[in-house]
Write a protein that binds this ligand. Structure first.
Ligand code: NAP
Length: 306
């Protein structure tokens, strides 16, 4: 199968690229491994995406973007792409079922996934109280105490969200200052159900068929204490979903894709957009901007080179 452009990933960056190229009548295919929307769809509400006076639900925004892309005629398929290689006149992608797709240009919009701390109990109790998605799993923790690890936007925002279900939410943060933006911090400070434990890190999650407690170590004096919780949510940063192309394009030291301001990567014909890019601000609004720019650049590349 030969196509003009393949967009890898169906989060806000990929869907926006899809809207732009479909509208410009570029022959394009968007390939998504799971469901569209990426991390945006797993976010309860988004209140800094311009044009929405009231917060918008992440999954709703994702659905709207997908419908808009389909309206313009974008083809969206579900496939797990396992390789991307350069060919004589473009690129070849292969999926896990052995089928191949030839194309003239690619936009990488595969996003990023939550980092795992790798502490004892984290893997063993995954799905039994250990979670990386409050929106997906929050309702399971009704009337229980839970812990949230991290001090960034995600940790603090999701901690506040979890107060809908949990009786108490313990934020475990390794420093004495939150990284989250002021507005999100203020919500947490104002919520009587949120308790912030400063200068500490989780060292072990204990439980049997479900999480029972978390052992927490002070980063100041090494003292270890135990907090009884029924669940623990990790928000300690993002790792790039770069497995398919990490040996093909240039990456920064953390594994995010380096691009120029046209979203072009180190290999002509490959562009990147959204959280997978090396950049300072990972937001729906910045992903959308990247997606539009990458679409424009890919369209021009195809017109001039293929
Ligand atoms: P993040 O900003 O990288 O924050 C990660 C947090 O985890 C930091 O507080 C960090 O502590 C802590 N941490 C990292 N490694 C740790 C370790 N080994 N042990 C204990 N704690 C550790 O990640 P994020 O909150 O997931 O956000 C990712 C991106 O999405 C950011 O650009 C963020 O602005 C954006 N985002 C935006 C919104 C919004 O605007 N509404 C919502 C969600 C996410 P330190 O602070 O000490 O480094």
């Amino acid at each position: 199968m030969k196509t003009g452009l393949v967009i890898l990933g169906g989060g806000p960056a990929g869907l926006t690229a899809g809207i732009y190229v479909a509208r410009a009548r570029v022959q394009a295919l968007l390939i998504e491994k799971g469901s569209t929307g990426g991390q945006m769809a797993a976010t309860e509400w988004i209140d800094n995406y311009p044009g929405n006076v009231e917060p918008v639900y992440g999954y709703e925004l994702a659905q709207r973007m997908e419908s808009q892309a389909r309206k313009f005629g974008l083809e969206i398929v579900n496939k797990d792409i396992i390789s991307l290689v350069k060919s004589s006149d473009g690129f070849t992608l292969a999926d896990d079922a052995g089928s191949r797709i030839e194309c003239g240009a690619v936009i990488l919009a595969t996003g990023a996934a939550p980092v795992k701390l790798g502490i004892p109990g984290e893997r063993e109790l995954a799905g039994k109280g250990v979670s990386y998605c409050a929106v997906c799993d929050g309702p399971f923790f009704r009337d229980l105490e839970v812990a949230v690890v991290g001090g960034g936007d995600s940790a603090v925002e999701e901690a506040v969200y979890l107060t809908r279900f949990a009786t108490k939410v313990h934020i475990l943060h390794r420093r004495d200052k939150l990284r989250a933006v002021r507005e999100i911090q203020e919500k947490a400070f104002a919520d009587p159900k949120v308790v912030i434990h400063w200068n500490c890190v989780p060292v072990e999650i204990k439980g049997d068929s479900e999480v029972r407690s978390v052992s927490v170590k002070s980063t100041l004096d090494g003292h270890i204490s135990e907090i009884p919780v029924g669940g623990i949510f990790f928000y300690v940063g993002l790792r790039p979903n770069n497995e398919v192309f990490r040996d093909l394009v240039e990456l920064d030291s953390s594994g995010f894709v380096l691009t120029d301001d046209k979203m072009a990567c180190s290999i002509p014909g490959i562009f990147a957009a959204g959280d997978i890019r090396s950049k300072i601000l990972r937001q729906v609004s910045t992903a959308v901007g990247d997606g539009a720019t990458a679409a424009y650049s890919a369209q021009h590349y195809l017109e001039n080179n293929i």
